[in-house]
Design a protein around this ligand. Structure first.
Ligand code: XMP
Length: 522
């Protein structure tokens, strides 16, 4: 709760899988919002947060269940607009004197069409204007509302949801059975836009404002202390570093640890970009001999990761000590990593996902954390990066894992295999860029396989490595689909790799989605 100057919207999370999408839709409207699990929202919390509007998320529970998730009763007395979604609608009806019935025969899942039931409702501006007076929506509910609460009226129905859209306009309470935040409710964003407009939000959550406030907050937190930051070249750590540098200048030192597992020319590009454009104190720690030496003969994926993680901490600590230590460690932690999510296994409980890129270090070195991106989603970090002047080519880079090429080289890692992999990866990415596909793909890379296969080139027999191309689309890396390249693209790329990269004579394309696969090979 660190943005007191902005109007704030509170999303009370009842455990829906798509609660984060509500926050995305609102942030796109320049509205500042936070997600908090229902069991942490009490009267004192509401007073402290002082929301200008509230949204109840969906959720998997039933209002009939023992200890069913509920908001504090006082939320209805604050005089602020409330929007209930799916389970949020049922909660609203349950709390305000309506009735909810169990699912039997009326559960709905998937696409449905809502038609208007009465005259226009302010949150439906722009709805029912085309397509024969109906709107496509996405339903996913078991229980359903069977009687609406006093004061509410019905504004939209679907074949299985007679109370698809309901409202008590005098109190500005709105409740819908469907999920306006998902892509499959094509006009859903409009509904949120209308809701925040009628709630009086000014739309003042902009990256320019965020930048100024974040700089002030960093100065206040750090005072005259020293901050150290592990710069990986990824978007998050880069944006965090540039922002902190803007706030405290030379009190920040960045360490770029080169573990010898970076892609072709990557270290030069990252270090060069920072030295040329930002003039921030940056140590380029070339520790490739150390990492590759310790990885020699190791082929188990988890052992590789542990070795790399442990060495990273040792190396970072060594350089931190060299500059005389630091009071703070900067990290590019994002909002999805810190949202406290609702878990219904074994009753309502709170799981806190925390993501420490250099886990273990703060305790070992007795440092506090500076995490200036904790309130942002990935695309907001990109917007902030642009605001801070980072080049688009840098901001749009595909994610690259901390253990680097080690996990793209299944089996034993050798310098020879890494060199071949770097070349093949460079050709592949060049192809993707030349065909204008880079920004459509979430992540693309080559893995070098631990097998040699027989081939024929010119008049000679070859016995070289096989490689696999990987390209996926994804939103957050949690699930992914393989990218449907054309056969022409794949054929052309395979030919280029085999012609241009000595050591590879066979190219395959990985068409596994996640799940069941993972994006990386190890
Ligand atoms: P997987 O392979 O688990 O990867 O489907 C999901 C996303 O996470 C990245 N990844 C990592 N990133 N440190 C990181 O910073 C890691 O150890 C790591 N392992 C996987 C992966 O590249 C993909 O974007």
């Amino acid at each position: 709760m660190s943005t007191p100057d902005h109007d704030r919207l509170l999303i009370i999370d009842f455990g829906s899988q798509v609660t984060q999408l509500i926050a995305r839709r609102l942030r796109e409207l320049n509205v500042y919002c936070e997600i908090h699990p229902f069991n942490l929202v009490d009267d004192a919390f509401l007073d402290a947060f002082d929301p200008k509007a509230v949204i109840f998320s969906g959720g998997p529970a039933s209002v009939f269940a023992d200890g069913a998730p509920m908001p504090p009763a006082s939320v209805f007395e604050r005089g602020v607009p409330i929007l209930g979604i799916c389970y949020g609608q049922q909660v609203m009806m349950h709390c305000l004197g309506g009735q909810v019935d169990r699912g039997h025969g009326t559960a709905e899942f998937g696409r449905a069409f809502v038609t208007p039931a009465r005259s226009k409702l302010e949150i439906l501006d722009g709805w029912f204007e085309t397509d024969q007076d109906r709107e496509q929506v996405w339903m996913s509910h078991g229980d359903h509302v069977s009687r609406i609460a006093p004061g509410f009226e019905v504004y939209g129905t679907s074949p299985n949801a007679p109370f698809a859209i309901t409202a008590d306009t005098s109190r500005r309470f709105y409740a819908v059975q469907f999920h306006p935040e998902v892509h499959h409710t094509p006009n859903g964003a409009k509904l949120y836009e209308n809701f925040v407009r009628l709630a009086g939000f000014k739309g003042d959550w902009t990256m320019g404002a965020y930048r100024e406030e974040a700089v002030a907050r960093i100065r206040e937190q750090v005072g005259g202390g020293r901050v150290i930051c592990a710069l990986s070249g990824g978007v998050d750590s880069s944006v965090a570093a540039v922002l902190i540098h803007e706030a405290i200048g030379e009190q920040l030192t960045c360490v770029y640890v080169d573990h010898g597992l970076m892609r072709k020319n990557e270290s030069e590009q990252v270090v060069g970009m920072f030295r040329e454009h930002y003039n921030l104190p940056l140590i380029h720690a070339d520790e490739s001999d150390l990492f590759l030496g310790k990885l020699e003969g190791v082929s188990d994926p988890e052992t590789k990761r542990k070795i790399i993680g442990g060495l990273f901490i040792d190396v970072f600590e060594k350089y931190a000590n060299e500059i005389g230590g630091a009071d703070f460690l900067a990290q590019g932690t994002l909002y999805p990593d810190v949202i406290e999510s609702v878990s219904f296994s074994g009753g309502p409980s709170v799981t806190i996902k925390s993501h420490h890129n250099v886990g273990g270090l703060p305790e070992r070195m007795n440092m506090q954390l500076v995490e200036p991106l904790r309130e942002l989603f990935k695309d907001e970090v990109r917007a902030l990066g642009r605001e801070l002047g980072l080049p688009d080519s840098f901001i749009g880079r595909h994610p690259f894992p901390g253990p680097g090429l080690a996990i793209r080289c299944p089996g034993e890692i050798t310098r020879q295999k890494l060199d071949i992999l770097r070349e093949a990866d460079a050709v592949y990415i060049d192809q993707i860029r030349k065909h204008g596909l880079y920004d459509e793909i979430w992540q693309a890379f080559v893995a070098i396989l631990p097998v040699r296969t027989v081939g024929v080139m010119g008049d000679g027999r070859t016995y070289d490595f096989a490689c696999a191309l990987r390209a996926v689309t994804s939103v957050d890396g949690m699930t992914a689909d393989y990218y449907p390249f054309s056969h022409e693209f794949l054929g052309e790329t395979a030919t280029r790799i085999i012609n241009e990269v000595p050591g590879i004579n066979r190219v395959t394309y990985d068409i596994t989605s996640k799940p069941p696969g993972t994006i990386e090979w190890e």
